[in-house]
Every structure is written in structure tokens, then in C-alpha cells.
Design a protein around this ligand. Structure first.
Ligand code: GCO
Ligand code: MN
Ligand code: MN
Length: 393
């Protein structure tokens, strides 16, 4: 029996806001106690014992909004001691730019300069906190950077203001000598009617317009791409291709719903498999972060079951990805899809008038009707994958 037990070198991380999620929703109150320093401390022990590598946080997951600096320092010192005891790390930090009413019409994209200034200052303090805790990645999720009323805001202004703020914060990090990379997280809607830069693809294009694009990448989330009706693994592949996958938010989501943040792999197991396969095939070095939370039905024990479930599912799917690579029948089908054509491959390497002539000579002799009539065997291939995933292969 293969061992799927999570271990620190699997690099699994959870947000304080994920295991600490009290289960409040728009229709009902919290079903679990709100996190306290005591419960956070206890949870660091639980997660370390379960095999996690680290925890991530928003500034206000740890330090209450508006806390005086002495209180902030006391809380951070205690949290650092708890980190040391548990052996957990903080690889990522981020800013809460969505809870306080001041951010009700966005933070970086607000038309009100006072709101943007407050947001920038809050981010600079958040970045200091992240760096103090050892974070290497700083995430920006613009949850309220959007609109319901298009009459109120030209979206070009919103995007330009967002750019100005990210450029400002990049310059802040350079000035301080911080070795931090930014990861922008897209979401199509919720809590706003529509959110600017709604997909990972949109973020990747936006990054190229920044003053220092090298410092900025993306943080795709499974649920968010699915909410936009997209295939998450394709968005992640584009980020990998661009060298911009700086972080990832793993979770589960049913199609056509609000952002459910379900346990990783609990929905769309085939989608989860191809995402894990992609990350593993790419030998991606980043953290496997779970931005999800336990069902509202769960108590503390259920939250632990949720966390262990996310990690075990990842490890099981990683094992399945290895089985996929070793499966002779699957590999045979894949090989048949790409018949060896070295002369054509060579001719297509780069355009020159000579290569175009060689390509043209072969192209006009091809039997395109026969190629078009060829069955590709995808029914069999996909069924083999399904049987692998269902555990009968
Ligand atoms: C959401 C987002 C957030 C962010 C978090 C860290 O839909 O609520 O996914 O959970 O990931 O704010 O940036
Ligand atoms: Mn997220
Ligand atoms: Mn989300």
C-alpha cells in the first residue's frame, strides 16, 4: 500500500483564514468560534502534526484592524514563538483590503484618493509583517476592485489606478531591499457584481504593463477560474509557460455556483488530477496552498479532517500522475497521436524562404483526407484515465 501521509517536504500550506473559518455565510451566523491567538497557536500544532509545511495570513488574520503598534508587536512575537514551536513557516502573506467599510468600493481602484492612500499604507505595513515572518510571496486579491454600477467608474481608470498601486508597492520593496515577489489573484465576481481583471489570463496581460513585470506573477485559484467557466489547468499552464506561476490556491468548486472553497479534489476529480499532473510534470517548486474551508456542518475535528483530506487527495493524485506516466497503454495511445515527422518538425522550427519551400513541398503531398479521417482514440484514452482514477487500473 502506497503511503499518502502528508509530509513537510510536500510543501502544503493553509491560510489562517481557512482552518480558522467560522462558517459564516450571507444567511447564517458563525457555526464555529472565531479564531483567537490561543486557537491559532493550537492549530499550528495540529497542522504540523498532520504534516503541513506552513501557514499563510492576511495582516488582520493575526493583528486586528487598527491595533496599536505595541499590541501588534506583542501578538507577532507570540505568533513567532508558536511558529518556532510547531516548526511551521509562513511562505506567503497578503493584505485584507475587503472587510472594512472603507473598502466598500474597492481599494486600489477607488476613485477616492484617500481610500487608495489608506490601502497603500496598509499594504506597506502588511508587507513589513510578511517579511518579518519570512514570507517570500505577497498575494494581492482585489476582491472589491470592481463594480455593480458602470456609470460610476470608467474601467480604464480602475485598471490604471490598480497599476499605479502595484508599481508603488514594487518600488517600496526595492527601496527596502525586500526579496519578495508579488502574486496577483483573479476572480470574476463575488463579492462585487464584476471584478476587474477577472481571470488569470487577464492578469498575465496586465502584468506586462507594469513598471517591473519581473517582480510580479499570478496566484490562480481553482474555484475562480471555474466560476468564469474556464479550465483551471489551462490557466495554470499559461502561467507556467510565462514563468509567472508564483503561487496557487487549491480548492474544489461545483460549476455555476458562488465561490464554494470546498476541500481540494472533493469536486471535479478529473480536473483536480490534471492540475496536479501539470504541477508535478512541470516540477513546479512553489507551495501547494489550500484556499478552502471545511463544510459549515463541521466542528474542530471536522476541520482537521478537511485539512488532512486536502493534503491526502493531493498526494493520491500525484501518485496517480506517476501511474499515468508508467501506464503502457496510455503512453502507447499518446505516442500514436504524434507520429514522428523529423523533416517537418525541422522545417517548422523557424521561418526562412528555404524552410517554407521544404514545408510546402511536403504539405502539398500530404493525404489530408486520410489524416482527417483518422480516429484519435480519445474515448479509450479518457476511459483509461477514468479507470485509473476510479482505482480499478
Ligand atoms: C476569496 C479569495 C481569498 C484570497 C485571499 C488571499 O475568494 O475569498 O480566494 O481567499 O485568496 O484573500 O489573497
Ligand atoms: Mn484565493
Ligand atoms: Mn476564493
Amino acid at each position: 500500500m502506497t503511503d499518502f501521509t502528508p509530509r513537510p517536504d510536500d510543501h502544503f500550506t493553509f491560510g489562517l483564514w481557512t482552518f480558522g473559518n467560522p462558517g459564516r455565510d450571507p444567511f447564517g451566523e458563525a457555526v464555529r468560534p472565531a479564531p483567537t491567538l490561543d486557537s491559532i497557536e493550537r492549530w499550528l500544532g495540529v497542522l504540523a502534526e498532520a504534516g503541513a509545511y506552513g501557514v499563510n495570513l492576511h495582516d488582520n488574520d493575526l493583528v486586528p484592524f487598527g491595533a496599536a503598534s505595541a499590541e501588534r508587536d506583542r501578538i507577532v512575537a507570540r505568533f513567532r514563538r508558536a511558529l518556532e514551536t510547531s516548526g511551521l513557516r509562513v511562505p506567503m502573506a497578503t493584505t485584507n483590503l475587503f472587510s472594512h467599510p472603507v473598502f466598500k468600493d474597492g481599494a486600489f481602484t477607488s476613485a477616492d484618493a484617500r481610500v487608495r492612500a489608506f490601502a497603500l499604507d496598509k499594504c506597506m505595513r502588511g508587507i513589513e509583517l510578511g517579511v518579518e515572518l519570512g514570507a517570500e510571496v505577497y498575494v494581492f486579491w482585489g476582491g472589491r476592485e470592481g463594480a455593480e454600477v458602470n456609470a460610476a467608474k470608467d474601467p480604464r481608470d480602475g485598471i490604471a489606478r490598480y497599476r499605479q498601486c502595484i508599481d508603488y508597492l514594487c518600488a517600496f520593496c526595492r527601496d527596502r531591499g525586500y526579496d519578495l515577489r508579488f502574486a496577483l489573484e483573479a476572480k470574476p465576481n463575488e463579492p462585487r457584481g464584476d471584478i476587474f481583471l477577472p481571470t488569470t489570463g487577464a492578469m498575465l496581460a496586465f502584468i506586462e504593463t507594469l513598471a517591473d513585470p519581473a517582480m510580479v506573477g499570478v496566484n490562480p485559484e481553482v474555484a475562480h477560474e471555474q466560476m468564469a467557466g474556464l479550465d483551471t489547468s489551462h490557466a495554470v499552464a499559461q502561467a507556467l509557460d510565462a514563468g509567472k506561476l508564483f503561487h496557487i490556491d487549491l480548492n474544489g468548486q461545483k460549476p455555476g455556483r458562488f465561490d464554494q472553497d470546498l476541500r481540494f479534489g472533493s469536486e471535479d476529480i478529473k480536473g483536480a488530477f490534471f492540475l496536479v499532473k501539470l504541477l508535478e510534470d512541470a516540477r513546479w517548486q512553489g507551495m501547494r496552498h489550500f484556499d478552502a474551508h471545511a463544510y459549515r456542518t463541521e466542528d474542530e475535528r471536522g476541520v482537521r479532517d478537511f485539512a488532512v483530506g486536502c493534503m491526502r487527495t493531493y498526494n493520491i493524485l500525484r501518485h496517480k500522475a506517476r501511474r499515468f506516466a508508467e501506464d503502457a497503454e496510455i503512453q502507447q495511445l499518446l505516442a500514436e497521436l504524434a507520429p514522428a515527422e523529423p523533416a517537418l518538425e525541422e522545417a517548422m522550427q523557424a521561418y526562412s524562404s528555404a524552410s517554407a519551400e521544404r514545408l510546402g513541398a511536403v504539405a502539398c503531398a500530404l493525404d489530408v483526407d486520410a489524416i482527417g479521417a483518422r480516429g484519435l482514440g480519445y474515448e479509450r484514452l479518457d476511459q483509461l484515465v477514468m479507470e485509473l482514477l476510479m482505482g480499478v487500473r
